[in-house]
Design a protein around this ligand. Structure first.
Ligand SMILES: NC(=O)c1ccc[n+]([C@@H]2O[C@H](COP(=O)([O-])OP(=O)(O)OC[C@H]3O[C@@H](n4cnc5c(N)ncnc54)[C@H](OP(=O)(O)O)[C@@H]3O)[C@@H](O)[C@H]2O)c1
Length: 317
């Protein structure tokens, strides 16, 4: 449950991976879901945002809109990543407050924690060290949005709070050949290797780094749960707390896809951080735990990938 009957909930970014999962989850409730495509509501435009809140008067906002991108895009266009994300957050959080919204859930990300913070990552690591330089602009904007929620809560008594999801996967993911995240990239590569009869697939690096993955439908469920709490934490990690090596992940993806060739590694390529995993103690204390295990989630995601390929609608922008 988590949300009240007839509650009007605005989901921003509803066509995105997270926003669409949240809309699917809310479809099981009695609330009224409001959405607005970017063509009619560009959240970087302050006046349009105010007018929207004036007209629609949501009770609650789930903020799943963002300008997101891979390392190359983040590194090449830091001006746009900082400006657009910051402006969207300031406009939306401010307009919500000015129009009586009592509940606001802001989407952060574990990628905004400091680069070298202790593992597993706890919520107290925020702002405790230097950010990863390649996504600094994005992280600064997100941190500002998250802190703005905290400040509104402290100064004005509204329940504005944030969730910090780990790496996500699931329906609606981006399968761009160069810019996608590791899990969708592996699905795409193994699928292609199976169809073309490739004898082997090569992983970048040693395959030893450990990573954590959460199905986006679990995130949507966690969001609805957090909205049901009277006094949620200002920000809380949303993950599984379970990690595996990239090699183990690749083996699981290959099995799911039905690829029977070899998996090779290329240790001459960089590995990145050896371990990245969230501490989910606070999340569990909040009464929520993930439900979808990785194998089940991979099967569901691969089925969705195949449907999208067949329909010629695979997202790869
Ligand atoms: N994906 C992950 O692995 C992951 C992990 C941790 C946290 N998160 C967080 O979750 C949030 C959503 O991510 P996502 O993966 O769902 O991203 P996504 O699939 O790219 O979706 C982003 C959405 O934001 C909308 N948007 C962008 N600029 C806008 C603007 N100016 N006005 C109105 N809408 C705008 C986009 O609209 P269009 O449909 O028009 O493009 C899109 O619907 C982000 O804050 C991200 O940091 C994601």
């Amino acid at each position: 449950m988590g949300v009240s009957q007839n509650e009007k909930i605005l989901v921003t970014g509803h066509r995105g991976m997270v926003g669409s999962a949240v809309c699917r989850r809310l479809a099981d409730t009695d609330c009224e879901v409001l959405t607005a495509p970017r063509e009619t509501l560009d959240l970087t435009r302050a006046e349009a945002t105010e007018q929207y809140f004036d007209a629609e008067r949501p009770d609650t906002v789930i903020f799943a809109s963002a300008k997101v991108g891979g390392i190359v895009a983040n590194d090449t266009y830091p001006v746009e990543f900082l400006t657009e994300n910051l402006t969207m957050a300031v406009n939306t959080i401010g307009a919500a407050y000015r129009h009586g919204v009592q509940r606001f859930l802001f989407l952060g990300s574990t990628c905004i924690y400091p680069r070298d913070c202790p593992q597993p990552i706890t919520e107290t690591s925020l702002l405790s060290g230097l950010l990863e330089s390649t996504n600094e602009a994005y992280a600064l904007a997100k941190i500002a949005g998250l802190k703005l929620c905290q400040y509104y809560r402290r100064q004005h008594g509204v329940t504005y709070h944030s969730a910090m999801p780990t790496n996500l996967y699931g329906p609606g993911d981006n399968y761009h050949p160069e810019h996608s995240h590791v899990l969708p990239a592996l699905i795409r590569r193994f699928h292609h290797a199976k169809l073309t009869g490739q004898p082997s697939v090569e992983l970048w690096g040693t395959g030893e780094p450990r990573r954590e993955f959460l199905h986006v439908d679990d995130l949507a469920d966690a969001i609805v749960h957090l909205l049901s709490l009277e006094s949620p934490p200002d920000w809380v990690n949303v993950g599984t707390g379970v990690d595996l090596t990239i090699r183990e992940l690749a083996e699981k993806v290959a099995n799911t896809v039905g690829y029977q060739g070899e998996i090779q590694t290329d240790p001459s390529r960089p590995d990145g951080t050896p371990v990245k995993c969230t501490d989910v103690t606070l999340l569990h204390e909040c009464g929520w735990k993930h439900q979808i295990d990785l194998q089940q989630g991979l099967e569901n995601t691969y089925a969705d990938f195949c449907r999208e390929v067949d329909a010629g609608k695979l997202r790869s922008a």
